[in-house]
Design a protein around this ligand. Sequence first.
Ligand code: AMP
Ligand code: ZN
Ligand code: MN
Length: 825
Amino acid sequence: MADQGSATEDAMEIVEEGEVESGEVTPSPEKELPFLPGFPSLQEYSKALISQVIAATKASNRLPGEGDDFEYYSSFPGFKTFCDKMGGRANRMISKLLRQQALPCHWPTSEGSDGVDERFDALEEANDAIIERVSLLLDEAAGLTRHQQPMLPNSEVQRGTAEVASWNSKRESVRNAVNSYSFIHAKIVERPQLKFKHQVDNSSFSFIPLLRHKPNAKVPLPEVFQRLKNPTTLSALIDNTKEWMSTNQANFHPYRHELDTLNYMDSQLELRELQNAGSLEDTPLSFVTTLEQLEELKNELMTVPEFAIDLEHHSYRSYTGFVCLMQVSTRCHDYLVDVLELRHHMHILLDPFTNPRIVKVLHGADMDIQWLQRDFGLYIVNMFDTGQASRALGLPRYSLAYLLQYCCGVEANKQFQLADWRIRPLPSEMVKYAREDTHYLLYVYDRMSNELIRRGNKRDNLVRLVLDNSQALCGMPYVKPTVTRDSYLKLYYKHKRHFNSQQLHCLQLIYKWRDDLARAEDESTGYVLPNHMLFQISEILPRDPQGVLACCNPIPTMLRQQVQEVNMQVQKARSTPLTSILPTVSGFSKEDETATPPRTEPPRPDSQCEVRRVRIKIHGPPVARAEPVLTAFKGEPVTVTKEMRDKCEEILLSFPNILSRFVEPQAMTRNQVFAMHSTAPELPPPVGEFPLNSTSLVATPPSAVEGKVKKSNGKKKKLSVREMGREDVESGGMESGGVEAMGGDESPPPKKKKKSTGKREAPEGELTPFQYEGSDYTKFAKQGREVKVFNPHDNSKESKRSSKSKVHQKFSERSQSWKKGEKKK
Ligand code: AMP
Ligand code: ZN
Ligand code: MN
């Protein structure tokens, strides 16, 4: 178990062979029984389990993906056979597990991509069901749900009750040891929404921009907004702007003109000196919780040339979600802004945020831009999105974790991404996580910006591309998620069920009930009634309220409260005649015409249904890839052994060349055969490595990027990508492992490692990652609040509820279909 590499494999073995341990160990009276053989306690067991799940996830993430390199790798018989074998095994295991757990989902046997889709859906359903079950059992263990008999209470909704959230935490003290986890929990005193000055607007009317003043304006804010300096209620605000919005400005963006006419500063297009971020412990951290502190932050931000921003968001206990925390980092200071406290005042940051002379650095800002508008009326002008830069540089992964690893040598721990960010005060683990999201970002920005400039042409095409794409993101106006009369059909097609007209009608009615209630109570639809329960009720069409509740395990609070209403809907559906004509997707309902189309996938056509095309807005600008893809950061030199060469040759020869059909094999020498394959693609990096630079197997050590930027009298001459590539080839560097090197004619035979000439300057040094490993992160942990460790034996009231919310939260994050396919949503 300690060996992570084989641990996952072992676990698979056990399940597949059906040797599920039954725990039938003869109890010895004097010795305490272990939780399971090999595991003294539940905690030991969950520790081992979580670390194995993580190891398995990591391993699977390293596999080449579909549409990525998978097809290419699959052309190697060895790879394909192995994958088929493992895939078959995984399939059988999952199928067995589902049967063993008596889960009500169908595990498809069909092959091909359709089969894969179906299996993913089935897995999602199974996971939902399992997590619900776990949640129920934890509640039961905590004594929260003693009466499992379905109850039919009155329909009053309890609000503002204390809640507790828990999540898994990898403890700092055991860094580098076998992954260790503990449960920590904290109390959420009340729903943060109750403190919001303006109630959230869950109506189906289009979003109305919240800003009332427009700093850094080139064109003034339309008068209709300025008249509303201090609207008392949101409805007053909506009433005042409704006409204006619906007549001409559904797509209105207050900073459209400023973004369209933005001129980048010279400093954004020039190579910059790297400024190390410093360790967390050497950097001051400020919690911003009052208006005065926010004003101070704003004043500070007005004085810097650039700063980094990130947001943390909560979506389970809210209809559209809300931002909980804003992280800001300057070159020498980290800030955590409690936006739950300051939500109503956040707009004062509009000044630095829209100042075109201050660069705002974000990573993967698509959602952040939307959330800033929705919650605070904040906009950004002049952004550099390091996620866009990752794409333009053609990096193997676009995640922040990847950039932190490769630029800063920091192993980011992303497990708090889905934590419950409503918790106050923030536990030290979450503080550290949140800081790391912006702390290194300006350094990453320096590195990426330099790389884009080096690889770009004379017109700085790459860095401009990234900046333009970033401004395009800034210019996307927030649109509310839209639910229409037919939205339930999209869900239906996605779940690939086959309902008769009564079942489908039931689905429609309960879907509507769920959506209305979620809006009214400001809860997510997943919290009101998870999808798999919605489908279960619609499929079974129970005869009475008890039957409705019996479809759900555990019973969601809101369903319990409104079971009579739901039952009425079910009976209504049951009373409709069975017909063979199923409803069609016929466009949007009248009241939704003002709103923009939903972000969900269009429904899949079904033979029984006529499906009309719906307009789908693609979020984020199209992203062009840099070409050729060269190296971004320094890689480890590869020593080429004889075996490696032989293997290369063998693989190369295994590619059938169509021309070889016309040549007698015996008539060719080995070299001629080899030459025929010279157009075969460059060999990929070994599976599991995916180094940033496309290191070919005939690699020589990295050469400096000399000559890419020639400085004379302080002026630089930038070369085109192609010129750069040629220079690299000429200097025998391996950085040209991209197209130029593979091009055959132009690529020289591999050369031996060239010694650095000594003349070389800055660039090579710049590419050396800063070492953060030595930093002591625990210092800040001490400053934070004391973190409680989950103790299953603790019977105190606080810990009793501890297990619930996080389970629910994770569950919701998974089951909310609107999040699928998007980065964060
Ligand atoms: P990040 O930009 O990584 O800091 O993420 C910001 C917020 O996006 C988090 O607080 C989450 O609420 C949300 N988020 C990020 N990744 C995911 C995901 N994979 N699934 C659901 N929500 C996510
Ligand atoms: Zn983010
Ligand atoms: Mn973040």
